[in-house]
Design a binder for this molecule. Structure first.
Ligand code: ADP
Length: 376
């Protein structure tokens, strides 16, 4: 299920099944190269015929036509600025391309729209700035509108983040993985460490093992996961049971902090923790789900179902929106039956931002996309 109002994806925009795609057009609206050419080619000659009736369009403005042979219903044509060094109103004009296109989507009551990275091709706009402008303008719009917005990246080379940021994150990943081999080896290592913990608990109190019930597969899809991820989950679940069923008179010796964490995880559900944090931060529900880049629908499940089990991405997004420190983010994820792991590049990228106190989903997702990791 799609739950994120804003998504960056890799695709050819002419293949997008959305209400409208946006064309980065030239002032005549009579077709050109790049994305404009691709859209006209896929839509067929009737699109050009309708464009002729529009008598052109000014830079920074937008006009709408039907989609003809395209899988989308509408095409919004916006005329992008040519870069003349930045002092000729280019930034305002580019922002206006996004705003006017989005305004047309609202006027036509559309539910989804896909943009190419306007101006990042032949017109010479600096690529890093073109991306920043796209994300900032869309983000500002989504604050007060409900619409699914896709930013469609065709060529990865047009997608450019700040070099300094990418280098800083690469260095952070390198440091975290220093001497730790490939990701699979790191997951094996994690499994070894939890399996070792389980074994030591059995050694301390062998009778406890008898009290562990069978895995409640039907309640937790995480326990059913195949491969190493599932094995880790099952061992972690057993450890949880051991802590839960321990006999206080045997003076079963456990790390008290870890024990506390397990008990608090058992006591408070995911939904409860999210709602408690929203109250503590003095946020409203819409403030929280907008900041998390979440649709209202999955969020309303948190309000209505005490035992709601979110996806990993939803749990992470809410943790970021609530500006949780790393330990609490880990706790929240634990309640979703998951964990932040140094074996995953995406998790480390999230950790990088949390450690820096940058709780900006849009920025985090821009980086996750760049590193080819799933968005949150
Ligand atoms: P400009 O906007 O500078 O005139 P282009 O039209 O060539 O240049 O490209 C604008 C952006 O659209 C670029 O990032 C380019 O990679 C992208 N693009 C080109 N073809 C497609 C396509 N079929 N789908 C999505 N994006 C495309």
């Amino acid at each position: 299920m799609k739950t994120m109002p804003f998504q960056i994806i890799r695709n050819d925009i002419t293949k997008m099944k959305v209400d409208a795609i946006v064309n980065a057009a030239c002032p005549t609206l009579l077709g050109g190269g790049g994305v404009d050419g691709a859209i006209h080619q896929a839509a067929g000659p009737e699109l050009l015929a309708e464009c002729r009736t529009l008598h052109g369009c000014q830079t920074g403005e937008a006009k709408i036509t039907k989609g003809y042979l395209l899988p989308c219903k509408w095409v919004i044509h916006t005329v992008e600025p040519v870069w003349h060094g930045g002092s000729h109103g280019e930034r305002e004009l580019l922002a206006s391309c996004y705003r006017k296109s989005l305004a047309l989507a609202v006027e036509y009551r559309l539910e989804s729209i896909a943009f190419p990275l306007i101006s990042s091709g032949a017109y010479g706009y600096p690529k890093e700035e073109a991306l920043e402008m796209a994300v900032d303008t869309i983000r500002a719009f989504l604050k007060d509108h409900n619409l699914d917005v896709y930013l469609v990246i065709f060529q990865k080379s047009d997608y450019q983040l700040s070099k300094g940021l990418v280098e800083d994150i690469s260095a952070f990943l390198k440091e975290a993985w220093k001497g730790k081999g490939d990701p699979h080896a790191r997951e094996e290592e994690h499994l070894d460490s939890v399996a070792g913990e389980l074994e030591s608990l059995y050694i301390e109190d062998p009778y406890l093992a008898d009290s562990i019930p069978p895995y409640p597969y039907e309640e937790s899809r995480h326990l059913k996961k195949p491969g190493i991820q599932g094995r880790i989950k099952r061992v972690e679940w057993q450890i949880k049971q051991l802590y839960h069923s321990r006999d206080p008179f045997t003076n079963f010796c456990v790390d008290s902090k870890r024990e506390e964490q397990f008990f608090s995880e058992l006591e408070e559900s995911f939904s409860h923790m999210v709602l408690r944090k929203i109250d503590e931060k003095g946020m409203t529900d819409p403030e929280c789900y907008k900041k998390a880049n979440l649709d209202r629908k999955p969020f309303s499940k948190i309000r209505s179902h005490e035992d709601y089990q979110p996806s990993r991405a939803t749990a992470l997004a809410l943790g970021i929106a609530l500006e949780l420190p790393l330990s609490e983010l880990q706790e929240l994820l634990g309640k979703a039956g998951d964990t932040l792991s140094h074996a995953r590049k995406g998790d480390l990228i999230v950790e990088y931002f949390v450690k820096k106190g940058i709780y900006d989903i849009y920025q985090i997702n821009q980086v996750l996309f760049d590193f080819e990791e799933p968005l949150i």
